[in-house]
Ligand binder design. Sequence first.
Ligand code: SF4
Length: 353
Amino acid sequence: MPPPFIIPVFIAHQGCPHQCLFCNQRSITGASEGILGPREVEDIIRTQLAWPRRYPTAPVQLAFYGGSFTGLALERQHELLGAVQPFLASGRIQEIRLSTRPDYVTPEIAGFLREHGVGIVELGAQSLDDRVLAASGRGHTAAQVRQAVACLKEAGMQVGLQLMLGLPGDSTVTALAGARQAAELCPDLVRLYPCLVISGSPLAELYRQGQFQPLTLPRAVALAGRLLAVFKAHRIPVVRMGLQPSPSLEKTVLSGPYHPAFGELVLSRLFFNKVRAELSVRSSYHFYRLCIAKADESVYRGKGNANVKRLAALGLLDGVETVFSASQPRQSVVLIQVAPRVNGPVEGKFFED
Ligand code: SF4
């Protein structure tokens, strides 16, 4: 099944009276102040539907991104959703998805969204720790996240959870506990974002005053990898790690673990751990062949061959020939004993972590 073709419509900051410490919404979405009306929504849809598509048979989704959709006045929600209805009726769009805050979801709102063709709602949960939520100025609780998930599922919609790593008051322990709790809510998808210091946000001021320190990139990558493992264990897809890179975002990141290929770094780190674990238990008295799927070669190597250099520095590639095979299943690491070493064992080294 090809991935859906998504028509994005940004409704930045419309309907949001909050000011989460990390948020300068316009910088994050790159959207302007302009208020979108139904005509503009229809124009965006027509333009995008006219574009050639990589997968012409893929389902088409209209996504209202940014802001908190269900925080808009009901009349505005009607207008925006109404603009999509003719396209839903004609079958040119199959589904609407949108994002909102957990405390803006009630059974009535969930029913209203479902009646208007909304199939997926992504909740900006950010954390499931009440202290972290309070310290980040979110203005909602973890219990409200749970209630919102229950309401949306009850109404028959899919639910996405967006979680942020490295918020004020957060730690490895709270982040991992939050991921386990989030997984127990059985969301249909998860997005993981590292907390960045964006200029114009309240967090930028705290950062300037030395009252907030964001995660370093290696720490954020390692933590995201651990959270990813939690969701993988529950078979919950993590559809994005790291914010969508954009010139406007890059201009406004003051500090924090920003990387345009953050998700790739995480996957690469996990692959490194897997290969390291495999190579660590080999016998020093033999030569080996390390077999990796051809499609995993770049994730195995890492950015700038970083993983291979680290494995080599640890002495783990001594006496090991690496083979990339098109027939090997992805994500698998196979180590085959080839022959005894006639000159004695490989010298061991200690790991750094
Ligand atoms: S609720 Fe969303 S849009 Fe509003 S301030 Fe927080 S992050 Fe920004």
